[in-house]
Design a protein around this ligand. Sequence first.
Ligand SMILES: [Mn+2]
Length: 425
Amino acid sequence: MLRFRTHVPAATQISGDLILQRRQYRALVATHQSPKGLRIAVRPFFHPLLCPSRPNAQGKRDLEEKQRGVRARVFRANIRAPMNPDFNPSAAAGPESGLFGLAVSPEQARVHVLGVPFDATTSFRPGTALGPEAILRASHQVDLFDTVTGKPYELGIWMAPLHGQVAAWNESARMDAQRVIDAGGLERDPKLRTCTERVEAIQNKLNTWVRDRTDEGLEAGKLCALIGGDHSVSLGAIEAHAERYSGMGILHFDAHADLRSAYEGFRFSHASILFNVLERIDNLGPLVQVGLRDLAQEEHQRIRSSEGRIHALFDHEWARFKLSREPLTQHILRTLEPLPQEVYVTFDIDGLDPSLCPNTGTPVPGGLTWHEAMLWLGALVDSGRRIVGFDLTEVAPASPERLGEGWDEIVGARLLYRLIGFALR
Ligand SMILES: [Mn+2]
């Protein structure tokens, strides 16, 4: 027995060439037969542009339906398309629908989300490469109405289909990177330099690719968000934003300062992302770091000697704030003070308490609670500043077999929705 929990649009397309009216469609669903006696398969609506799904699953279905003698297909349109007059934001999302269960074209959407499944230099434990797919799936559980930010979905949110090239780059870079990591880093075994060079060549390609994709989105007037992958993937996105928003500041949530000049021999390591940002991008405003609690002396020194370019609020300082009698927002506003009007947010999920991201690559005790993170983001936009773009990295699902069901990606999807909401405010 087939059941449709959500709305049926006025016209539903069959196999790309036959249109059923709502009435006929209902009749069809009720009887499980086609009006013309065709054998019908019903499957979730799928559009390669709208739904970054896996083409393999489609192919398997095609074959299976052919064997059953299916002559036509009804695409079940239980997706949430805000531009559709029949749209119901409270309806459940289809399993193969787009990010947050929405179905909007890239042209319609105000927000473009780019998933970058890359984690080749993850040193401690891998898994963040599965972050984008896991967040996409977990996002179907997110209610579109949000008590804090309202209705961000109304402006349209579109996630680009996950690009196979990035996964291929990741696989090939990971093999070389693993040899170096297993050897204890390049310092221990300089013979492995060719490996780090190959990794670097791939990361250069990746950075350019991310920068170009982000640039295309910004050119079209979109709010561009990126989801990792490990933190190294943000470089291209920050470059593209800095080009357009000259002098923009960066607000960085992280347990780590990410200010190492290189890590384990990798120049584009996740542990060096902010170092690379400051080194390579000229027209940047100040960097404000929040949540830091695990850093090398070299990084501490770099913050101290940055002459006002880097402002770090260490986690123990935040803990002290919380015990003081002053309202927390006053501390937050004081910390945000160096930031200009236009701010890029780079959010490593490990800036949060690890109970919110237990499987992230390098978890550290301490960190922000969920509500504290929201307080920071809210204070940032309430102060009149604008989030011009952002990234969310280091979300790692607990289980590759059950993507989208784990706690890490559930938190990640909700954080992504809030970030979008605050940026659109
Ligand atoms: Mn981190």
